[in-house]
Each structure stands twice: as C-alpha cells, then as structure tokens.
Design a protein around this ligand. Structure first.
Ligand SMILES: Cc1cc2nc3c(=O)[nH]c(=O)nc-3n(C[C@H](O)[C@H](O)[C@H](O)COP(=O)(O)O)c2cc1C
Length: 194
C-alpha cells in the first residue's frame, strides 16, 4: 500500500472481527515498525505487551469497559448518539474480544517517546489490512490492568490498543483542512495552499 493512502485511511477501527486471528508474523512486522520509531535520547524505553490469552483479554476488556462507562457521559451530547459514540460504546463492550490487545509500556519515561511508535504500528497494521484504535481510558483502572498482566509498579501503561481485522469499511478520516490548522510566520496567519 502506498504510504500516503495508508496515512489518509488509518483511523480508529473499533469494530473488529473476534473470529479472525492475526498471524504471528504480521504481529512481528507491525511491532518492528513500532520499534523503528524515534524516542527521547534514543533511549528506546517502550516495551510492548502483546495480550493474546483469551482469559486475560476478557479481564482487561472488562476493566476497559468499566473505565469507558465512567467517562462516557462526557461525550454523550447528541441524541441519537453520534457514530463516534456508538463506535466507542461497541469497543467498551467488546474490547476483550479483539484477537490481540497491545499495551505499550515504559518504566518511568514520557509518553512522548511512546506515541511515535504507536503511530508507526497503526500505519504498518493498516498496510496489512489490520485495524487498530488508540485508547487511553483504561488508565482510570491502570492498577487493576497492571495486576492482570503482572506489570511492575514502576512501569506505566500508556495505551490499550485492540488489533484485528475490521468488520467495517476503511474510509478517510474526517479532519480539518490543513490550510485551517497551519499558520505561517506568526500565530494565526493562514495562507491558501494554491
Ligand atoms: C490520546 C488519545 C486517546 C484516545 N483514547 C480513546 C479511548 O480511550 N477510547 C476510544 O474509543 N478512543 C480513543 N481515542 C480515539 C479517538 O477518539 C479517535 O482517534 C478520534 O475520534 C479520531 O477518530 P478517527 O481517526 O476514526 O476519525 C483516543 C485518541 C487519542 C489520540
């Protein structure tokens, strides 16, 4: 897949096929893409926890669902619920059924050294037809998630990323036009692209 097409069509894919497994070789490929990302001082603090065990996925999926339930009201403005809310609700109910759940971790450190790897991984997954979604609400239940996975006290978990083949279609993510979000020479000064 062409890189710019992958960038345009990589988005939060929260509805994943629970019955279609992810090949181990594909897992290594996308984890290697994550490992190629930059980090502060090239310290490479990220550690990726790959959760495939069905029981552990169910347990951390339940914790994710509880965490999502406790913040859902923040996003619940529209009636009927927006597509984004419905998609987030689906993930809240089904996180544990994603064929793989990835947890980027680091001992201390700064998430600024973690998220470039996440984005590399999302793009690599997209190129292989695999869906992902960056989620962080599990952090409201982080201690419990860490207990399920035997994660040491001084290690932080920065995201919970479901991975699998999407049930829905790939599409281009809705984003503001770049001319609107780009300023030139001083803050607030926009230019037309052409
Ligand atoms: C820092 C961060 C945290 C996020 N946390 C969650 C989350 O906890 N749950 C969730 O369903 N989506 C989460 N998202 C996904 C965003 O909702 C999603 O990227 C955004 O709505 C754009 O979606 P799209 O790429 O499909 O257009 C998070 C995204 C970011 C960047």
């Amino acid at each position: 897949m062409e890189l710019f097409e992958a960038i345009r069509t990589t988005r939060a894919m929260r509805r994943l096929d629970p019955d279609r497994p992810v090949a181990t070789e594909d897992l290594w490929t996308i984890l290697e893409a994550a490992a190629k990302a930059p980090s502060g001082g090239n310290r490479q603090v990220a550690r990726w926890l790959v959760v495939t065990d069905a029981g552990k996925r169910a347990e951390i999926g339940r914790l994710y669902g509880e965490a999502w339930g406790s913040v859902r009201h923040v996003y619940d403005g529209d009636s009927p619920p927006s597509p984004l809310l419905r998609s987030a609700d689906h993930l809240g109910a089904h996180m544990g059924e994603a064929p793989v759940i990835l947890i980027p971790c680091s001992r201390g450190g700064d998430p600024a050294s973690i998220y470039p790897g996440c984005q590399n991984l999302f793009l690599a997954a997209r190129a292989l037809g695999l869906g992902t979604a960056l989620t962080t609400v599990h952090r409201l239940k982080e201690q419990e998630v860490k207990a399920v996975l035997d994660i040491p006290e001084d290690v932080s978990t920065w995201a919970m990323i479901p991975l699998g083949y999407p049930l829905g279609r790939w599409g281009e993510a809705p984003r503001r036009p770049v001319e609107e979000t780009t300023y030139w020479d001083h803050y607030g000064e926009r230019r037309a692209r052409r």
